[in-house]
Design a binder for this molecule. Structure first.
Ligand SMILES: [Mn+2]
Length: 319
């Protein structure tokens, strides 16, 4: 397993802290538009990759998506959005960035009903309570059915899988978070391991696989070691989000990595036993005292704890 961390596209203190903690692999976003160069432009991506390499990082994954809501909704303009994704994949291939983490959540991305839930020692985590969303107004384009989303996902994959094959870039589909449907009239389809199976088999390819977000799949009630084995045995495991939760899809909260419902050592032993050697990152972490929680799940101190904890598990499982 390659321990990686998600880092800003330009140098931040976290870049140094990761190198100091022995993290040499980076998961990155898309660079901002600059001098008329779009975020998916070859030169813009090249400059970003060079920034990381000159700092000592190997760029493993791009985990950011160009606009794709029309693709998800099947609206006019989706082919233009698809062309942008195709350009990104081609440029990633030319630059040797081999994994693209993408999602198929329409209208809004991961979602919580609270970003101020107290956990161990007063640290702050995000949480979700589906009962609080029953009265929430529909989004602009809702209602959106599950059938529509499956049809639109297939259309999308038919257009991008051949490009990913040509470019040599792995498509790592992230499950929907929370894994429950619908929210605000918007259906969610990727809410279980079997749904991810169905998705990667819509357009069968060596390049079509998943991001195994442990937190989301644990929320969905999946057995994590069994899920790791299932996707690894089919060569569909391209990227790991290593985190944990307490609760279920109706009501859950995030936790410190050592404080959730999953046996994390057993999970790590399973990655080792299936020979997983791809990238993994801590994913969401609690906000600790002294941090301002501007970026719930992605403040700094909790990440430093997570990295140390994960390194310990890796040493125990992989040695
Ligand atoms: Mn995740």
């Amino acid at each position: 397993m390659k321990l990686a961390e998600v880092l800003g596209t330009h140098e931040t203190p976290m870049w140094s802290w990761c190198k100091q903690l022995g993290v040499d692999h980076a998961v990155v976003g898309l660079p901002p538009e600059r001098n008329g160069m779009k975020p998916w432009d070859y030169i813009n991506l090249l400059h970003m990759k060079q920034r990381f390499e000159n700092f000592g990082f190997q760029v493993e994954v791009i985990e950011a998506r160009p606009p794709a809501n029309k693709i998800k909704l099947g609206q006019p303009g989706r082919d233009e959005e698809i062309a942008t994704v195709q350009e990104l994949l081609r440029n990633m291939g030319k630059l040797g960035i081999r994994v693209w983490c993408y999602d198929f959540m329409a209208e809004f991305n991961w979602f919580r009903t609270s970003t101020s839930t107290r956990t161990r020692g007063g640290a702050i985590v995000t949480s979700y309570d589906h009962s609080l969303m029953k009265a929430a107004p529909f989004t602009e384009n809702a209602p959106i059915s599950e059938d529509q989303l499956w049809t639109n996902l297939e259309y999308y994959l038919k257009a991008i899988v051949p490009v990913a094959e040509e470019a040599g870039v792995k498509l790592a589909l992230h499950p929907d978070d929370p894994p429950i449907s619908p929210i605000r009239g918007v259906s969610r389809i990727l809410t279980s391991a079997s749904a991810l199976d169905r998705a990667v088999n819509l357009v069968p390819s060596e390049m079509s696989g998943i991001t195994l977000c442990q937190g989301t799949l644990a929320t969905a009630g999946e057995d994590i070691p069994a899920t790791i084995r299932h996707f690894a045995q089919r060569d569909k495991l391209f990227f790991v989000h290593f985190r944990d939760v307490r609760g279920n899809a109706e009501k859950f909260e995030e936790t410190f990595h050592d404080d959730g419902k999953t046996d994390m050592l057993e999970a790590m032993r399973t990655y080792a036993s299936v020979g997983y050697d791809g990238p993994s990152r801590p994913d969401h972490v609690p906000t600790l005292t002294g941090e301002n929680n501007d970026n719930p799940g992605y403040e700094s101190l909790g990440r430093l704890f997570a990295i140390g904890y994960i390194k310990g598990l890796m040493e125990a499982a992989y040695r």
